[in-house]
Ligand binder design. Structure first.
Ligand SMILES: [Zn+2]
Length: 116
């Protein structure tokens, strides 16, 4: 399953990024998931719950998923437009653009830790 490998790669990324002592105090993971990323937040939550069944180390860590909107940047005037209804047209000059700058990505936006 697609989402399972995404969860595995998120946890691996965090384990590379932070020291074990720090990971021990991790309380929440915030993800940004673009609407064109082919990732279904509900399935990602399910995969995250399933992950803890085999490895309960981080079962207390909350997962927050924020869906990011689709934005394009115009090649002609550099204006950034929020795409609605898949209309890839610059709101400033009216020219079509396929230059997507947000909405295709999946990234770890923020990690929270318990203060001691
Ligand atoms: Zn434009």
């Amino acid at each position: 399953m697609h989402e399972t490998s995404i969860v595995n790669s998120i946890m691996r990324t965090l384990e590379l990024e932070f020291e074990a002592a720090q990971l021990h105090k991790m309380s929440a993971i915030h993800l940004k998931v673009g609407i064109l990323s082919n990732i279904e937040p509900r399935l990602l939550h399910n995969a995250y719950s399933a992950y803890h069944l085999s490895d309960p180390t981080y079962q207390h860590v909350a997962l927050h998923i924020e869906s990011t909107s689709l934005k394009i940047q115009c090649d002609i005037c550099s204006h950034i437009t929020d795409v609605e209804n898949y209309r890839f047209i610059c709101a400033h000059c009216g020219r079509p653009s396929k230059n997507v700058i947000q909405g295709e990505e999946m990234l770890i936006h923020k990690v929270e830790f318990i203060d001691d």
